[in-house]
Design a protein around this ligand. Structure first.
Ligand SMILES: [Zn+2]
Length: 69
């Protein structure tokens, strides 16, 4: 019954990317996006989304550092 994980795209079932989005009004939201379909929706600021977004952010920072070395 529960074959659609919330971490997967509802359309293609691929693993989604979770990213923090900062808004100009100071709000922070987590955006869920699919590598194929792009941004799907904003998800609630709860686990496991927070951890996924944090991990994703760390990865991006590492990549950026490497680029500038
Ligand atoms: Zn998709």
């Amino acid at each position: 019954m529960n074959d659609s994980s919330p971490e997967k795209c509802p359309r293609c079932k691929r693993e989604c990317i979770f990213k923090w989005k900062d808004f100009s009004n100071g709000m922070r939201h987590i955006a869920q996006s699919c590598p194929i379909h792009g941004q799907i929706k904003y998800v609630p600021k709860i686990e496991p989304y927070i951890s996924l977004a944090n991990a994703n952010q760390k990865k991006n920072n590492t990549v950026q550092k490497k680029l500038f070395e």
